[in-house]
Structure formats: structure tokens, C-alpha cells
Design a protein around this ligand. Structure first.
Ligand SMILES: *[C@@H]1O[C@H](CO)[C@@H](O)[C@H](O)[C@H]1NC(C)=O
Ligand SMILES: *[C@@H]1O[C@H](CO)[C@@H](O)[C@H](O)[C@H]1NC(C)=O
Ligand SMILES: *[C@@H]1O[C@H](CO)[C@@H](O)[C@H](O)[C@H]1NC(C)=O
Ligand SMILES: *[C@@H]1O[C@H](CO)[C@@H](O)[C@H](O)[C@H]1NC(C)=O
Ligand SMILES: *[C@@H]1O[C@H](CO)[C@@H](O)[C@H](O)[C@H]1NC(C)=O
Length: 634
């Protein structure tokens, strides 16, 4: 026990050293990366084209290949995990096997290799427990080791030379396939499965820059590409909570997470689909950054029928190692590859039953600008298989992001700022939906050019549970009673006068505000910047461990082209992009300035102040996700 503690302390010191090294190298690399001049010029396409042109909102068309973006599209080498994949998991008949995967170079003699596998089961979102331990050797003659039947999670590792680990990975065997149900029965034909196929941090423009193969493929499928999809808040959690719950974060937390123990009491979409007889799936390729995990407590009770989390928990605490760009590997696979494999293995299950799946991918693409280039082929392969296996015949797929790239230099350019609020959303659906529900689907397609959010997606998916709501007669009646709410099913016509206010999008994230750049020397801009820094300092006041920040410089500034009027009062909106000290934090703030007869009467923030660089190592002393981005620890 004691030796273990010493070892773990040594290991921590080692980790700390590695961390320091990484921070130092990333600092010294900073000047090497593209030195892009932050030219304060108007970036929006000045031509007439608009993505959205309604009475409530105009969103200018932007271009994926601006000069700025091009300078970030550096060539990138494929990223590899160095460990060889000594074994793979395979189910043959109804039995599960670990199958020796012949080493590429044949350098090893199997006789020197000793292995252990342990089967584990989920306890909660942070813990697994082992239910077996077996020692084994794979000889030249035996390629297959039988490990059991049905759903199994297994961690296995092998070593040579009295303890040098040469292989360490987590394997899974899915539950047996359900009996093939008869698709031609009336019951099945009336229903539609749902797949939320999410890619974190992918903006619409980023998709257009990199997902060429996927885009070509989707072109030949019935689909709708949405041009007015706007984020409602900063990052993944507050943008996806409306999707899965129909509520804002504060409403959801007040209703079912007030004791902050876990999310078990919350009613998320998968619960509703489950009650309607669907199988449910939840998978994300991350441990620490999970939707319900980052600074949260996750679930005590497993939320969906198929759940990837126990695998990620096990990998993260045992088999994880890192490679180029600090990307994470297990066995021979990057986290992303592990996830694509998991999703592919689910396809036979999706073929045979109604399902609701929430699939979310972030590895690599969340952090490395040109990484999307690799992801293109992975998604092409997933979509191709869903098509070939007939899953698409029965499924509404939302291929979507939550926001654009939020960190590092691209986010600090003008198009990067815009793209952060403009995530990707493409719906892919079977042709018969248009035949059966012509009015609903014509609304759906018209909404491709409306201002929409994840609140609307929630209402849309609720309609999928009760498809009879979509008949022409019902849609006509529902349209009569339609009010300009924040969440409206996309099968209904989004009102022309919807704007960011009625859609509950904070000004800071609102794409309908056309911005023009203004001089950072204007006194109104300098005042707005100081005002924003003062607001930050107010927020961190209760945390004495955070240093008070002061304004270092205003990098760029924009003013909304039009002001709003309230009686004699005029409200103008500016956005300042500033740097603070200590810590060199990069922040964006939208400030609303109220004027009366040319005199300023009031200033307030149009949404939270947001950050566009990484801060984790500065904010180690706070555990509060609302505060951490502002905190430079003493
Ligand atoms: C980056 O370049 C600037 C100006 O060329 C220089 O002042 C600064 O020290 C450099 N920073 C690093 C980390 O090399
Ligand atoms: C936007 O819509 C208005 C009203 O329908 C129309 O007059 C105008 O030409 C449209 N603008 C563009 C750029 O399409
Ligand atoms: C076997 O290992 C090689 C190299 O590690 C890998 O490229 C290959 O995909 C593995 N085979 C399977 C079936 O996973
Ligand atoms: C499905 O149903 C049809 C007609 O009811 C029948 O001809 C067919 O054999 C069934 N297929 C299976 C796999 O049960
Ligand atoms: C139309 O919708 C209203 C309000 O939802 C409802 O009360 C009414 O029964 C509906 N009428 C028909 C014919 O479906």
C-alpha cells in the first residue's frame, strides 16, 4: 500500500514535469504559429447575399475560405498512436473473444508475452468495479480467447521482460442483437428513429472548409441544411441542455439538479423516447469533458440502454496515453477512432429496432484547427454504412455542432468570432417523410433560412415521438395557434418576426446584429472595455484566490450597424475584444449603451464576457465553471 502511494506520488511529480514541459513548449511555439495581423476590417460578405432575411433577423452570408481562414489551414500529418493493437474484440455467434491481431512486424514471440484481463461493470459515472481477473497467454497456436457472452466490458494488458507493458486497452462487447423485427409491419413503418450525430465545435463554415466528402455524399440524400442556426450560449453544456431538456440551464438545474448530486431526476429526451418504446443510446468520446461530467456529477443510474461512459472512465484512469497535439490514445486507437468503432458496431442494432441516439464527438476537432480534415473520412464512412444498411430509411439524423472553435488564434480573428455563434446543422431524413407529411416538410425546408436554436430542435424531436402531429390537418391547426415562443418545432413555420430576443439568444451571441469595425481609440469603446473588465472583477470578487484584472488593451472593436430605439432612448451595441492583465486573457464583451439626446445614460452587458484562449492552468484554484475563465489564481 505504502509503496503504491510513493509510486503514485512519483507519478504525480512526473506528470507535473510533463505538464510544465508542455506549457513551456506551447509558450515558445506561440510565435511560430501563423502570425496573423488582426486587421480590423469588415469581414462580412458585402454582396447582397443573406443567409437569413426575415423581418426579425438578417444574417449576412459569410465565406468559409476567407484569407484569415486560409492561413490556418495548414497541412497536417495523420496522428498515430504508437502502441500496437495486440488484440481486438470480436463476437462470433453468441460468444465473445479476444482475438490476437498479428503484430505488424512480428517482432514479438508470443511466449514472452503475458497478459491479464479484467471484466468490469459500471457503478456510477465516475466508478467501475471489477468482477473478474484472469491471467493468460496467447500462443502461436491459439488465436482466440473466449471471455464470455453478451454485454461485456473488459480491460486487458500485456507485458514482456518482467513488467514492460506493451499493450493496454479497453474492449467492449455489445448486448446480443434483438430479434429481427419485421420492418414491413404497419407499426414499424409509422415510426422514425432519431440520431443526434454531433461534432463538437464545428461551425457551418468549418464544415464547408473541410467536410468535402461528407458534403458530396449528403448532396445525394434527402436533407435540409440550416443557415440560421445560432448558438444560445457559450459552450457545449448550455447549448445542448436546451436540446435534450427544452429548458435553459438555470431552469433545468432548478427543476432537477438543485441538490447537485446527479442528473437522475431530470427528464431528458431519451427518457421520453424510452417511454415511447425506443431503445436509447448515449455515447461521447471524452471522459473529463462529458456533457454531464465537466464540473458536474453525471448520473448515478445509467441513463440509456447503451452507454459508452464506463468505457471512457476505464480508459481515462488506466490505458490512456498521449500522442501528437496532446491527443489521447488507448491501445492503437485515438479516442476518436475508439468512438467511431463503437458507433459502427451499433449499426446492426440500429437496423433492427427503433432507437434514439445521442452521439457526440469532440476528440481532436475541438482543439486542432485542421484536424477536421481527418474527420471527414470517418463521417463519410459512418454515413455510408448507415445508408447501405438501410438505417437512414427509418431515421432522422441531425448532423450538428454546438458552437464554432472557441479557442486560440482563429477564434480571435473576425470571422472566427462570427463562426463561434454559427454551428453546423444538417438534417438527413427518409424520402417518405416528405410524401406523408407534405406541409410539415415544406415548413421544415423553409425554416432552413430562419433564425433557429437548440430550443427548436427539442420541440422538433418531440414531434418525432408523435408523428401523427405532423399530418397536414394537424399542422394547419397548430399553425393557427402558433405563438412566437423561444422553442418551435421546425415542422411548423417559424414566425417572420422572430428575433434574438424572442428566441432568447443573448445579444453577445446573436448573428442578426450586423457589425462594422470601429477604431479602438474611440472614447466610447475604451469606456465599454473598462466597463466589461469591471464586470469581470465584480464576478470574481467573492473569490479572493483570483487576482483583480485590469485592462491591458482593446484589440479590436465593432459597432452594430443599427441601433434600437425605446421612446427617446437609443440603445447602441458595441463589441470589444480585449486583453487583460495579469494572465494575458483574451476576452470578448458585448456592451449595450443607452443614450438620451447624445448623452450616455446607461451601460450594460449584452450577455456574459467570453474568453477565447485557454485558461485551465491559470484557473486551477476555482472549481466553478461560471467563474473559472475569469480567474487568474494568486
Ligand atoms: C514572441 O515575439 C515577440 C515579438 O517578436 C517577442 O517580444 C516575444 O518575446 C516572443 N515570445 C516568445 C514566447 O518567444
Ligand atoms: C430581403 O427580403 C426583402 C423583403 O422580402 C427583399 O425586398 C430583399 O430584396 C431581400 N434581400 C436580399 C438580399 O435578398
Ligand atoms: C491490427 O494491428 C494493426 C497495427 O497495430 C492495426 O493497424 C490493425 O487495424 C489491427 N487490426 C484490427 C482488426 O484491429
Ligand atoms: C415480414 O412480414 C411479411 C408480411 O407480413 C412476411 O411475408 C415476411 O416473411 C416477414 N419477414 C420476417 C423476417 O418475419
Ligand atoms: C386545434 O388546436 C387546438 C389548440 O391546440 C385544440 O384545442 C383543438 O382541439 C385542435 N383542433 C383540431 C381539429 O385538432
Amino acid at each position: 500500500m505504502k509503496r503504491k502511494r510513493v509510486a503514485s506520488r512519483l507519478f504525480n511529480i512526473f506528470l507535473l514535469a510533463v505538464l510544465c514541459y508542455l506549457i513551456l513548449t506551447s509558450l515558445s511555439d506561440r510565435n511560430k504559429t501563423i502570425s496573423i495581423r488582426e486587421v480590423p476590417q469588415i469581414y462580412i460578405n458585402e454582396e447582397d447575399e443573406l443567409f437569413v432575411n426575415t423581418t426579425g433577423c438578417r444574417i449576412s452570408a459569410t465565406k468559409p475560405l476567407s484569407l484569415y481562414a486560409l492561413s490556418f489551414m495548414e497541412p497536417i500529418e495523420p496522428v498515430l498512436c504508437r502502441m500496437e493493437q495486440l488484440m481486438v474484440a470480436e463476437t462470433i455467434g453468441d460468444r465473445n473473444y479476444l482475438v490476437r491481431n498479428i503484430s505488424r512486424h512480428g517482432i514479438l514471440s508470443w511466449r514472452q508475452v503475458s497478459c491479464i484481463y479484467r471484466e468490469f461493470v459500471r457503478v456510477d459515472d465516475a466508478h467501475n468495479k471489477y468482477i473478474s481477473l484472469k491471467f493468460f497467454k496467447l500462443t502461436d497456436r491459439t488465436r482466440y480467447l473466449e471471455v464470455g457472452t453478451g454485454l461485456q466490458h473488459i480491460r486487458t494488458w500485456c507485458w514482456v521482460d518482467f513488467g514492460r507493458i506493451i499493450f493496454h486497452d479497453v474492449m467492449y462487447f455489445l448486448p446480443p442483437l434483438p430479434q429481427a423485427t419485421n420492418r414491413s409491419t404497419e407499426h414499424q413503418k409509422r415510426k422514425l428513429s432519431v440520431m443526434i450525430l454531433g461534432v463538437d465545435s464545428i461551425s457551418h463554415m468549418h464544415y464547408m472548409r473541410y467536410f468535402h466528402r461528407v458534403a458530396d455524399f449528403i448532396e445525394h440524400l434527402p436533407h435540409t441544411e440550416f443557415w440560421g442556426y445560432n448558438r444560445v450560449a457559450l459552450n457545449t453544456y448550455p447549448n445542448l441542455i436546451p436540446l435534450v431538456s427544452g429548458l435553459s440551464v438555470s431552469e433545468m438545474e432548478a427543476s432537477c439538479y438543485h441538490d447537485e448530486l446527479n442528473f437522475d431526476k431530470c427528464n431528458f429526451l431519451w427518457n421520453e423516447f424510452k417511454r415511447a418504446g425506443y431503445s436509447t443510446i448515449f455515447a461521447e468520446d471524452t471522459d473529463t469533458a462529458g456533457l454531464f461530467i465537466y464540473r458536474k456529477r453525471g448520473f448515478q443510474k445509467q441513463p440509456t440502454d447503451i452507454y459508452m461512459r464506463p468505457l471512457m472512465t476505464e480508459i481515462e484512469s488506466h490505458s490512456l496515453y498521449r500522442t501528437t497535439f496532446d491527443l489521447k490514445c488507448t491501445g492503437h486507437r485515438l479516442y476518436g477512432e475508439f468512438y467511431y468503432d463503437f458507433v459502427s458496431k451499433l449499426i446492426p442494432h440500429m437496423e433492427r429496432q427503433l432507437f434514439f441516439s445521442f452521439l457526440w464527438n469532440m476528440h481532436g476537432i475541438h482543439d486542432v484547427f485542421p484536424y477536421a480534415k481527418f474527420v471527414d473520412k470517418d463521417y463519410l464512412s459512418i454515413l455510408t454504412r448507415l445508408h447501405e444498411k438501410g438505417v437512414m430509411e427509418n431515421t432522422l439524423i441531425l448532423f450538428m455542432g454546438d458552437h464554432g472553435l472557441r479557442f486560440d488564434k482563429f477564434a480571435r480573428t473576425a470571422p472566427g468570432q462570427h463562426e463561434m455563434s454559427q454551428p453546423l446543422l444538417i438534417a438527413i431524413y427518409p424520402e417518405w417523410l416528405k410524401r406523408r407529411f407534405p406541409l410539415a416538410m415544406s415548413n421544415f425546408e423553409r425554416n432552413a433560412r430562419s433564425l433557429i436554436t437548440t430550443f427548436d430542435l427539442h420541440e422538433t424531436l418531440k414531434d418525432v415521438i408523435h408523428l401523427d402531429r405532423l399530418t397536414d390537418a394537424n399542422v394547419r391547426n397548430r399553425t393557427l395557434y402558433l405563438t412566437n415562443e423561444r422553442g418551435i418545432s421546425l415542422f411548423l413555420p417559424i414566425p417572420q418576426n422572430r428575433n434574438c430576443k424572442t428566441a432568447e439568444i443573448k445579444q453577445h451571441y446573436c448573428l442578426c446584429n450586423e457589425l462594422k469595425s470601429v477604431s479602438t481609440h474611440e472614447s466610447a469603446i475604451q469606456e465599454a472595455a473598462s466597463f466589461a473588465v469591471d464586470r469581470i472583477n465584480e464576478l470574481i470578487k467573492p473569490y479572493p484566490q483570483c487576482r483583480v484584472l485590469s485592462l491591458q488593451s482593446v484589440r479590436t472593436a465593432y459597432r452594430a450597424k443599427s441601433s434600437t430605439y425605446r421612446g427617446n432612448y437609443r440603445v447602441s451595441q458595441v463589441m470589444v475584444r480585449l486583453k487583460t492583465t495579469p494572465g494575458d486573457g483574451n476576452f470578448d464583451a458585448t456592451v449595450l449603451i443607452t443614450m438620451l439626446n447624445g448623452e450616455k445614460t446607461d451601460m450594460k452587458l449584452g450577455g456574459p464576457v467570453t474568453r477565447t484562449d485557454r485558461y485551465a492552468h491559470q484557473a486551477y484554484c476555482v472549481q466553478n465553471y461560471r467563474i473559472e475563465m475569469y480567474c487568474y489564481c494568486l
